[in-house]
Design a binder for this molecule. Structure first.
Ligand SMILES: C[S@@+](CC[C@H](N)C(=O)[O-])C[C@H]1O[C@@H](n2cnc3c(N)ncnc32)[C@H](O)[C@@H]1O
Length: 325
């Protein structure tokens, strides 16, 4: 099992009523049980307009008590009074959530499939819908473009221990976090430094990516949690959301073996747009193979395939991606 990396070349918003609630609460701090504390912080979050108030409170309290979720806490611990230290720790974490920090950054870790990954702002937090990409591969050499925290690359590696996965990201913070997560989840990794070092790996069997695909004009509508804490380059796909998608398709044409596949997570508007774009770029030798829907029934996952080039074909081989720059 191997994992390779490519490094890049290169105040409180508590409302007054809530301050009072916190004051009253700390007066009787020592008798507070887990369930009381979860309700208390849920109320504080709700009153301050924090989304997913109940879940945020449950995750933070459970985390401090050493559990992943409220449901997996020991029943006996639900009604046991918390220590002062535990209450202080919970208060510190909840103060971060009150500033709209995503709960994944507040906890500093998050589960993706069977892996517990470290989470640090501004590296992109893996979304539940991306877990659908897990069925992607039975093949040995896989390139992930835009690895973020390493969620997809590492979960593929853990499911396919004989595969080789190359994880690439333009953000150094993402490459570093993937490396940290590889060490803590899998215990080993190798490191490469530049795009040129990809060449000996080619042709690869699979290219997989959850690229930045948000239409630029939609960026301002994103939640405060995202806008304040995550790297916006991880989301902004340019005017039509296709900036990085096009780069990946050009790269795929160059690096994929014949009949190799590209798996992409995209916006529901993209399947049609990608189809049209590929029709106007037949030299890339890529065609649509399937579109899969997300939990809400929207077309969000694409599978594309590279055509086999017949030996006697007079068609030229795909063009190196740099030729399009
Ligand atoms: C939506 S995030 C996905 C992260 C991770 N794969 C996941 O699903 O949790 C997109 C990632 O692509 C990276 N990225 C953006 N543009 C890129 C480019 N041109 N080349 C490589 N990586 C890029 C960003 O830094 C970010 O980490």
């Amino acid at each position: 099992m191997e994992l390779w990396y490519l490094s890049p070349a290169k105040g409180s918003i508590l409302k007054p009523c809530k301050q009072m609630l916190r004051q009253n609460f700390s007066d009787k701090a020592e008798q507070v049980t887990t369930t009381e504390l979860v309700s208390y912080w849920r109320d504080v979050f709700e009153a301050n307009g924090i989304p997913e108030a109940q879940e945020s409170s449950e995750y933070i309290v459970s985390h401090v008590l050493g559990a992943k979720t409220f449901q997996t806490l020991k029943p006996s611990s639900l009604f046991t009074p918390l220590t002062k230290e535990q209450q202080q720790q919970i208060q510190q974490l909840c103060a971060k959530r009150l500033q709209r920090m995503p709960v994944q950054y507040v906890l500093g870790e998050w589960d993706f499939q069977d892996l517990t990954l470290k989470m640090k702002p501004p590296v992109f937090i893996p979304r539940p819908e991306t877990e659908r990409l897990r069925d992607a591969s039975l093949y040995p050499v896989i390139l992930e473009v835009g690895c973020g925290s390493g969620a997809v690359a590492l979960s593929l590696l853990s499911k396919l221990p004989h595969s080789q996965v190359i994880a690439l990201d333009k953000a150094e913070a993402a490459v570093n976090l993937t490396r940290e997560n590889a060490e803590s989840c899998l215990g080993s990794f190798s490191n490469v430094g530049s795009w040129e070092q990809l060449v000996p790996w080619g042709p690869v069997d699979i290219i997989i990516s959850n690229p930045p695909y948000v239409f630029h004009e939609d960026m301002t509508h994103l939640e405060a949690e995202i806008l304040r804490y995550e790297d916006l380059d991880a989301l902004d796909g340019g005017d039509d959301g296709m900036r990085v998608i096009k780069e990946i398709l050009m790269l795929a044409s160059y690096l994929l073996k014949d009949e190799g596949s590209v798996f992409l997570e995209v916006d529901p508007r993209h399947p049609e747009m990608v189809k049209n774009w590929l029709q106007s770029h037949p030299d890339l030798l890529l065609s649509f193979s399937a579109t899969h829907k997300d939990f809400c029934g929207k077309p969000r996952f694409l599978r594309l395939q590279k055509h086999k080039v017949a030996d006697n074909s007079n068609r030229s081989r795909p063009i190196h991606p740099n030729a399009y720059e």
